[in-house]
Every structure is written in C-alpha cells, then in structure tokens.
Write a protein that binds this ligand. Structure first.
Ligand SMILES: [Zn+2]
Length: 285
C-alpha cells in the first residue's frame, strides 16, 4: 500500500510539475491526504502521524453538508495521494471532485452497515464510536499504519464503554436535536432521536412538521432541546419556548469552531462533553 501511495505521489508530481505547490506532496515528502471534514481529518492525522500531511476540505466554523469547493480545493483533491470522504450524497461537490483524482479515493461509508432514514442513508457514522472505529481501521490500511489505527480504535472502544455505562440507567430516552445527526448514536445506546430538521441542517421543517415535532416533544416530556455550534439555534429555541424546555449544546462533530481549536478540543473531549450533556438532559444515574 505504501508503494501505491508513493506511486500516486509520483504521478501527482508529474501532473502538477515538480515543487510548484507544497500542499501537493506535503511539506517534507509526506503523503498528502485530503480529508472531507473534521472527523476524517482527525482520524487521518492521528493514524498518519508525521508521515502524512492532512488537508481538511471543510473550513473551521462551517458545517460540511453540501460543502462547496474552491478551485484550489478541487486541485487539492485531484492531486492528493489519498482522498478520504463519505459518499451517498453527503458532500456531492467532493464526490464529483474525487472522480478526477489521481490518487486513491476512499468512500468510508462503503462497507459500513448504515441505518436508513426515509429513502436516504444516514451519513453521521462518526458519532457512533464503534462505526467510527471501523473507519479508523480502514484509514490505517490505506495509510499502511495498522498499529496506529489499532491504538486509536482501542481509545474509541473505551469511549463506547463510557457511553454504554453513562446512558444505561436514565429517566428519559428521547434526544431532541436540531438536525438528525444523532441517529447512529441513538441506535447504539438505546435512545430515541427526535430531530427538528432533517439529515441536513438545510432540510428545515414546514410549519406543519414543526408542529408535529412540538407535539412529540410534549408527549415524551423532554426537558432539554439540543442545538449545535455550527447551525443557527433559532428552531431549537422555538421548540424549547413552545414546550417550556431548556436548550443545551450537543455537538455533532461536523467541524470545530475557532473557539474549539483555541481551547484544544478534539473528537474525544467533545464526545465526552456530549455524554455529560446527555446524562444531564436525560437524568441518568
Ligand atoms: Zn449532519
């Protein structure tokens, strides 16, 4: 696999002209990985260490659904030695750019068992530590770094244990979220997701659908409505006001904010903050 990466690098050089752009090959000859958004970039950095140079194609502070790529980003995808992305329409512009890539392109949703959400598949696999661990394993194979992948996988399975233990004995099971990002997580830990928007934050509800969500939230007696850091809290606040519930942050890990980065937050610290927020909202013992 290393030789494939080296070969792809060599081809990348030939296509782009030697030494023109340092992002093409990484600063010191390391393999250049283009990752679709934060969770994939984080995994690639942890697994790849110093032998890879990772570019995150979704800028900090923006959510990755339907990301638009600049001409420079498209060039990065085309010349990267490895492109890591999620298919199934999560980021169509990236899927399209990956078709013209000279390196290895890996759709990390392939081969995972995915829950259906209506007619679409739910791409939010990274919020389930067990599915995310499988993704990490695959990245380890692609980058020829199985030991590093195994280490990260072990940490993820420990995190899974923390979620299991932390959500085992709760007063309520309903998780009211802004957009439907927590379906895989809910399924893994026996919770029920009630989402205000659809699989994408842009899939906003009609007035009638919003009324149905409010009814459902009332029925279940949920006391917390979760909103996200990268999406407007407007709808969550509306639902909370209607039912007299509180709002709190539940982070779908679709990207870090500048504040997250300054605070040194990462996948694990934000997932543990999510667990704490869930335990409080659902009154877990
Ligand atoms: Zn999402």
């Amino acid at each position: 696999m290393v030789s494939r990466i080296v070969l792809a690098l060599a081809i990348g050089f030939l296509l782009t002209g030697c030494g023109g752009d340092e992002t093409v090959s990484g600063k010191d000859g390391s393999a250049d990985v283009a990752a679709a958004f934060y969770p994939l970039a984080y995994a690639a950095e942890r697994v790849g260490g110093a032998v890879v140079s990772v570019t995150n194609l979704t800028p900090p502070g923006t959510e990755p659904h339907d990301v638009e790529l600049s001409a420079r980003d498209v060039e990065r995808v085309r010349s990267a030695s490895v492109v890591l992305y999620l298919g199934s329409g999560f980021q169509p512009a990236l899927e399209q750019a990956a078709e013209g890539a000279s390196g290895e392109t890996i759709d990390l949703l392939e081969g995972l068992d995915l829950r259906a959400a209506g007619t679409a598949v739910d791409p939010h696999v990274w919020l389930d530590p067990v599915r995310y661990a499988r993704i990490v394993e695959r990245i380890g194979t692609a980058l020829d770094r199985p030991d590093e992948a195994a280490r990260l996988k072990k940490e993820l399975l420990a995190l899974d244990g923390e979620f299991r233990a932390g959500l085992e004995d709760c007063e309520r099971q309903e998780l009211v979220t802004s957009h439907a990002a927590f379906g895989h997580l809910a399924e893994r830990y026996g919770l029920e997701q009630i989402a205000i928007s659809g699989l994408s934050p842009e899939a906003e509800p009609t007035a009638g659908e919003l009324e149905q969500v409010i009814e459902k939230v009332r029925e279940h007696g949920a006391t917390t409505i979760f909103f996200e850091t990268l999406v407007s809290p407007r709808l969550a606040q509306t639902v909370a006001r209607e039912v007299g519930a509180e709002t709190a942050v539940l982070n779908p890990l679709e990207g870090l904010t500048e504040e997250d980065i300054d605070a040194g937050a990462d996948y694990f610290s934000l997932m543990r903050a999510n667990l704490a927020a869930l335990r409080e909202a659902l009154e877990c013992r």
